[in-house]
Design a protein around this ligand. Sequence first.
Ligand SMILES: Nc1ncnc2c1ncn2[C@@H]1O[C@H](COP(=O)(O)OP(=O)(O)OP(=O)(O)O)[C@@H](O)[C@H]1O
Length: 193
Amino acid sequence: MVKLCGICENERAILKRPKTAQQICKTCFYHVFETEIHHTIIDNNLFKRGDRVAIAASGGKDSTVLAHIMKTLNERHNYGLDLSLLSVDEGITGYRDDSLETVKRNQQQYELPLKIVSYQELYNWSMDDIVKEVGLKNNCTFCGVFRRQALDRGAVMLGVDHIVTGHNADDIAETVLMNSKCRLPRYSPLEAL
Ligand SMILES: Nc1ncnc2c1ncn2[C@@H]1O[C@H](COP(=O)(O)OP(=O)(O)OP(=O)(O)O)[C@@H](O)[C@H]1O
């Protein structure tokens, strides 16, 4: 039996939102998703007219959605933001070079300026070089720290007021779990025994 959308009760439900457990159609999903982000921006006074905002664009799904939504809401609600795309090329052959092609397509589609900063240019090391030195085990630690700084340095070069990223609830849950995993042995009462 076809399940109808829990909002419009007209179109076929195509997904169940993890956030609300509501089964909704594509049109209503777009509507609620965009409206929630708009309210988050407005209710929290995230930006003011004329602000320059860099969208951290990796070419992955989350930041591609982010670029789309920032462009859409900026035009629909006339926020008056000056948007651009900022990408970090970590120098990972066969991975980031591919996803940067997606960013370049987004740049054309959304007609936004794009700045790419690379580990090679900033640090004189690519991630491929770092992996050769430290191996695959700890390379994520280097990559994460370098990427964060690279985004900051790219933002300074662009002269922007904000960087927005596509971090989502899953990423936050992962951070909490990883942090607690690291801290557990340190604060465990068992350690004192
Ligand atoms: N190389 C990069 N250049 C610019 N921004 C990046 C880069 N890598 C990550 N980011 C930013 O950090 C966010 C979280 O990155 P993460 O590595 O967790 O990827 P993700 O959750 O899979 O997101 P995405 O689908 O956008 O890659 C991304 O959405 C993006 O905004």
